[in-house]
Design a protein around this ligand. Structure first.
Ligand SMILES: Nc1c(C(=O)O)ncn1[C@@H]1O[C@H](COP(=O)(O)O)[C@@H](O)[C@H]1O
Length: 153
C-alpha cells in the first residue's frame, strides 16, 4: 500500500488471505515517497516467489501502475477511498492503464480490498487445488449467512 493510512482498507485483504492460509506480506511502498524502493520491490517480486501483488493506494494512485510497469507478476489494484474526492481520484488513477501494462482494478475501498484478495485466491487455486474447496466453503457460508439473516420488526 502507498501509506500506513491505507492499512485500515488493505488489512481486509490481509485478513482474507490469512483465513485461506495464503502466505503473504504487507508492505508500505510508494511511487512518490519511496520511488527507489518501489522499483526494487517490483523488480525482485518474481525471484522472491510472489504470485500476485495487491496494490492499494489513494488519491494520485500511481503505485499499482508503476509496479506493473516494472514486473510481469499480476498486479491487482485497489483504489483507497480518499477524503477529498471519495476515491474517484484513486479509481481513475488506477483503472485507465495504457494497453500493454495491465492492472486488474477493483472497487473503491474495503469491498475492493476483499475482492482483490478473493480474486488472488481464485487465481492461486489453479495452482494449489486445495484452495478450491476453501473457496466453495467461503461462498456457501456467505449464502447461509444471508439466508439465515433476519430483519428487526
Ligand atoms: N497514491 C499514493 C502513493 C503512490 O501511488 O505511490 N503513495 C502514497 N499514496 C497515497 O497518498 C495517500 C495519503 O497518504 P498519507 O495518509 O500518508 O498522507 C494514501 O492513500 C496513499 O496511498
Amino acid at each position: 500500500m502507498g501509506s500506513t493510512s491505507d492499512w485500515a482498507t488493505l488489512k481486509e485483504a490481509s485478513l482474507i488471505l490469512e483465513s485461506f492460509g495464503v502466505a503473504h506480506e504487507s508492505r508500505v511502498v510508494s511511487a512518490h515517497r519511496t520511488p527507489d524502493l518501489l522499483v526494487d520491490y517490483a523488480k525482485t517480486a518474481k525471484e522472491r516467489g510472489l504470485r500476485a501483488i495487491i496494490a492499494g493506494a489513494g488519491g494520485a494512485a500511481h503505485l499499482p501502475g508503476m509496479l506493473a510497469a516494472h514486473t510481469i507478476i499480476p498486479v491487482l489494484g485497489v483504489p483507497v477511498q480518499s477524503k477529498a474526492l471519495s476515491g474517484m481520484d484513486s479509481l481513475l488513477s488506477i483503472v485507465q492503464m495504457p494497453a500493454g501494462i495491465p492492472v486488474a482494478t477493483f472497487a473503491i475501498g474495503v469491498a475492493g480490498a476483499k475482492n482483490a484478495a478473493l480474486f488472488a485466491v481464485a487465481q492461486l487455486a489453479r495452482e494449489f487445488p486445495e484452495l478450491d474447496a476453501r473457496l466453495e466453503k467461503f461462498r456457501q457460508d456467505q449464502t447461509d449467512a444471508v439466508l439465515g439473516s433476519t430483519l428487526e420488526p
